[in-house]
Design a protein around this ligand. Structure first.
Ligand SMILES: *[C@@H]1O[C@H](CO)[C@@H](O)[C@H](O)[C@H]1NC(C)=O
Ligand SMILES: *[C@@H]1O[C@H](CO)[C@@H](O)[C@H](O)[C@H]1NC(C)=O
Ligand SMILES: *[C@@H]1O[C@H](CO)[C@@H](O)[C@H](O)[C@H]1NC(C)=O
Ligand SMILES: *[C@@H]1O[C@H](CO)[C@@H](O)[C@H](O)[C@H]1NC(C)=O
Ligand SMILES: *[C@@H]1O[C@H](CO)[C@@H](O)[C@H](O)[C@H]1NC(C)=O
Ligand SMILES: *[C@@H]1O[C@H](CO)[C@@H](O)[C@H](O)[C@H]1NC(C)=O
Ligand SMILES: [Ca+2]
Ligand SMILES: [Ca+2]
Length: 234
């Protein structure tokens, strides 16, 4: 994939007259930055976008025609698979000979899918390329949709705030702690825990007293066993 997001057209593309004087070259560079008789279509303005995934996010793409006036139709289309992240992945813009530019709008789709940041590329093309009508630079636009929908999830205990455990006699007892990861389950997430309280040091009654609990990718519920120790103290 070629990326020419910050590209500008070459300042001078003089062809056909190798003996042209420097003076003429300079003049042409000043006034006509490409070959006579040619028409070019390119993006103008912003070509890199970083946006939030909301239904009000609209990306504004300006397509301009430079050179010889001509009636041209430019196409903007999503490169690659349509993952449903945009309402439209295709737009056609007709620039009549009397005008120089057109603006197309691409609306972002606010889906409910927890996802990481995603980057998309839109390509400019010509409906009818010809010898005189060419594609210039920049001809690509990148759009990064920032992660939303709490892609990595929100983690909490899924149990009553207080549980009472009778200290076992002559054996250790397991107390399951249920943790739930709501909304997104994207990626691996680890939470740390630490047991506090008293009056005795928690090490006498519980094991472990601190640690890490991990949610593997795609997993929303984890049961972690805490062991209540028989400390042989009344
Ligand atoms: C995205 O939304 C957040 C908070 O809702 C805001 O702070 C941030 O500026 C927004 N970013 C863009 C690129 O619009
Ligand atoms: C553009 O299209 C209009 C209407 O079809 C036509 O009259 C005009 O001559 C065309 N201009 C050029 C430069 O091709
Ligand atoms: C785009 O076209 C409009 C009208 O056709 C013109 O007023 C404006 O200056 C043009 N903008 C650019 C950047 O060429
Ligand atoms: C209870 O667990 C502790 C620490 O893991 C261990 O030292 C002890 O032997 C266990 N007691 C019983 C009865 O299993
Ligand atoms: C939890 O994970 C962090 C980072 O990997 C590590 O530094 C820490 O020692 C771990 N804590 C426990 C109690 O295992
Ligand atoms: C937690 O304890 C329960 C009951 O003692 C047991 O069935 C389960 O396998 C334990 N889970 C883990 C992850 O050790
Ligand atoms: Ca999305
Ligand atoms: Ca989403």
């Amino acid at each position: 994939m070629e990326m020419h997001c910050l590209g500008r057209p070459p300042p001078l593309r003089w062809s056909g007259m190798p003996s042209a004087s420097l003076f003429v070259n300079l003049l042409s560079a000043l006034f006509i930055p490409f070959v006579f008789g040619e028409t070019e279509i390119r993006f103008a303005g912003q070509t890199e976008f970083v946006v939030n995934e909301t239904s009000t996010t609209v990306i504004r793409l300006v397509i301009e025609r430079i050179g010889e006036p001509a009636n041209v139709t430019a196409i903007v289309s999503l490169y690659g698979e349509d993952t449903g992240d945009f309402f439209d992945t295709y737009a056609a813009a007709f620039i009549p000979a009397g005008e120089t530019n057109r603006t197309v709008y691409i609306a972002v789709c606010d889906d409910d899918i927890p996802e990481p940041d995603e980057t998309f590329i839109f390509l400019l093309s010509l409906q009818k390329p010809s010898a005189n009508v060419k594609l210039g630079w920049p001809r690509t636009v990148t759009v990064t949709i920032l992660s939303n929908d709490n892609a990595f999830g929100i983690i909490s205990f899924d149990m009553p705030p207080s549980i009472t455990v009778r200290e076992p006699r002559g054996r250790n007892e397991s107390v399951p702690l249920t943790l739930i990861r709501e909304k997104g389950t994207y990626g691996m997430v680890t939470v740390t825990f630490e047991v506090e309280g008293g009056p005795n040091p928690p090490e006498e009654d519980l094991s472990p007293v601190k640690g890490n609990i991990s949610f593997p990718p795609g997993i929303a519920i984890v049961v972690y066993n805490l062991t209540v120790l028989d400390d042989e103290v009344g």
